[in-house]
Design a protein. Structure first.
Lengths: 64, 140
């Protein structure tokens, strides 16, 4: 699954640690999602969408 | 930045607190285990009442540690839970397979070994530790 988390975070000038704290996860988790090593659960994806005020599809895209 | 700060929870602080709480309970359980094991020999010379009390305290500390561990796991994020689950699965598998294999060696007198529960505990603990390190490295 591809995602635009890194781009969206950079646009807002947020660090990984700040985003991690806002989503109540570790910085390691943000990094793993950004690098595509880990796919977030649906609740976490919704939380990210709410934070960025976007839809889930605008952040996460299926690679298939 | 301020917008994000306002949305920021205290997850990190809560996780740190639950980790510290787990460490305290684990330390208390370990110390109570040492007291229950060595107390009858070095401290109260085989007084059964005190020994029973020491074992009861050890069990109570163990329950506290289990509860603290459960709370700690509940507080982890989903990636950390995944790493912990994979490490626990590895530790359980290695513990059962190698523990029973080790026991078989003793039962069948293949080698002059005296299997002890402490060996199994050490094996499971080290396997869990290695599993956690490998899991964290994989998602780094």
């Amino acid at each position: 699954m591809k995602n635009r988390l890194k781009v969206l975070r950079a646009e807002r000038d947020w660090t990984q640690a700040q985003l991690a704290n806002a989503l109540e996860v570790s910085r390691q988790t943000i990094n793993a999602i950004e690098t595509g090593k880990f796919d977030p659960s649906l609740p976490l994806a919704f939380k990210a969408a709410r934070l960025f005020e976007l839809t889930i599809e605008e952040i996460f895209q299926d690679e298939a | 930045m301020n917008e994000l700060a306002s949305k920021t929870g205290d997850w990190k602080a809560r996780t740190r607190k639950s980790t510290r709480r787990l460490a305290y309970w684990t330390l208390a359980w370990t110390l109570s285990m040492a007291v229950a094991a060595f107390g009858p020999i070095f401290l109260w010379s085989d007084n059964n009442l005190i020994t029973a009390l020491a074992i009861f305290i050890n069990l109570a500390m163990g329950i506290g540690m289990i509860t603290a561990n459960k709370r700690h796991l509940d507080g982890l994020d989903e990636l950390q839970k995944k790493v912990a689950l994979e490490a626990m699965a590895l530790a359980l598998g290695v513990g059962i397979v190698f523990g029973l294999g080790y026991s078989l060696i003793e039962v069948t007198h293949l080698l002059p070994l005296k299997a002890q529960i402490s060996h199994l505990v050490i094996l499971v603990s080290l396997t869990y530790l290695v599993g956690t390190i490998l899991g964290n490295r994989r998602y780094k």
